[in-house]
Design a protein around this ligand. Sequence first.
Ligand code: 4AD
Ligand code: MG
Length: 477
Amino acid sequence: NTRVKVKELLSTTPENQNVTVMGWVRSFRNNQFIALNDGSTNNNIQVVAELGVFDEELLKKITPGASLKVTGQLVASLGKGQSVEVKAAEIIILGECNPDTYPLQLKNRPSLEYLREIAHLRFRTQTFSAVFRVRHALSFAIHKFFNEKGFFYLHTPIITASDAEGAGEMFKVSTLPFDNPPRKEDGSIDFSEDFFGRATNLTVSGQLEGELGAMALSEIYTFGPTFRAENSNTARHLAEFWMIEPEMAFYDLEDNMNLAEEFIQYLIRYVMANNREDLDFLAQRLADEEKQKPQAERSEMGLIEKLEFVVNNKFERITYTEAIDILLQSPAYKKKKFQYDVKWGIDMQSEHERYLVEKHFSKPVIVTGYPAAIKAFYMRQNEDGKTVAAMDILVPGIGELVGGSQREERLGKLEQRMREMHIPVEEMWWYLDTRRFGSVPHAGFGLGFERMMLFVTGMTNIRDVIAFPRAPKTAEF
Ligand code: 4AD
Ligand code: MG
C-alpha cells in the first residue's frame, strides 16, 4: 500500500481500490469532508471521514495546515467538481497545526504583501504552489530548448574577479576580517592575503566566461544565479536573480534576435501545453487583481489571451533612434506626462519602454542600435561611430526582458573601447585572447528568468516569483 500523489489519484479510474495519500489539510467541512493537498497539483483530493467512524479527539486535530496520512478506498465522487474521493478507513495525524497560531488563514485569502512576510510558509497557498510549479516547468523547458538545438550547458563561476557589465554593482567576496582588514601603505585593503589573493566578487553575469566556451563549443548557454548590488527597490529588480545567457559563435545581431524571439515563444508554448491548470488559476488571480483597479488602468487582455498573442505574432523590431522619435511624437511627451526627459542619447527609463510596448505597439518590441555611451564595453561598434549592435527585448507589463548584443570581435577596436571606458585591459588578457587566437563574429543575450516568470504567470512583484527573494533589506533566511 504505497503512497499515491494527489495529481495521480485525481486521474485514476475509481474501482474501490485501496490507496494511501499524504498531504496537508486545506479545509475540513461538516466534520466529514477533508480537502487534502500535497503540492502535486492545485486541486485537492476529497477525503471522506464518515460520521461516527472516527473519534472526536482525532477529528479535532484535522485543522487547516495539519498533515495527514490517509488510507482508504478510491471511489467515484457524488460531490460537485471532483470525479473521485477517498473513503477513509484510517486517518493518522502526522503533524498537528494549531489554528490559533498558524499564520496562514486560507479562508480569508491572505494578501501577497502579508505572504511575503511569511515567505517560509507561502508555498502552502494555491497561488505560490502554482507559481513554483510553473517555475520548475520553465526551467526544464529552457534546458529542453537548448538541448534540442545542440547548445551545451556551461557552468560559469559564481565567484569571479571580473565585472562583466562594467557597472560596478558587485557584492564583494572576501575572507578578510571585516573590522580590521590588512591594509597597504596607501590605506587600501590588501587583498593579496585573501583566500583568492586578489579582490573578488559575486558574478553579475556569466557572459564573459560564456564567450570563452562559445569560442570552442560554438553554442553554449548558462543558467544560474547572478548578483547585482544595485539599490533599486522596484517590483522588477532583485539583488539575486537567475539569468539564462546563450552565447553563439558565427551569429550576427539578426541571428541573435531570431533566436531570442524563438526561445521566448517556445517557453510560453511549453508552459501553455504542460501547466494549463496552473496558468488558468493564475489568470483568474490576475483577473481578480485587475478588478480592484480603476477601469482605465485595467489591461484589456487576460493572461491566457496575452500569452497566445505573444506566441502567434512576430515581435516588432525598431532601432533606438526610431524609438526616440516615437517617444518625441507621443501625446505622453507632448503633454509632459513623462517624468524623465526624452532625447537621443538617454538610457530609456521604464516609463519610456512601457509606453512603447504597452501604448504604441501593444506587443513585444526588439530595440537595436543603442548609443555606445550607455552600453557595455563588449558590444560591437557600428559603422556610424556612435551606436552599437545591441538589442533589448521589451515586453508589456515588464519593460526589459532581454539584453543582448553582437560582440566586438576586432581586437583593436575592443581594446580601444575598453580604455575609453576605464576597463582594466591588462587584467582581462584571458578575455582578449579569444580575439587574438581565431576570433570570430559572435553574439549572445541574457534573459532575466524572474522577469520571464512575471510575464508568464501574470504576477506583478518580482519577489513573488522567486522562492527566497534577495532585495534591499530582505534576507531573514
Ligand atoms: O541587460 P543585462 O544587464 O545584460 C547582461 O547581463 C548581459 N551580460 C547579457 C548577455 O548579453 N549575455 O541583464 C540581462 C537581463 C535583463 O534584460 C533583465 O531581464 C535581467 O537580466 N535583469 C534583472 N532581473 C532582475 N533583477 C535585476 N536586478 C536585474 N538586472 C538585470
Ligand atoms: Mg540591460
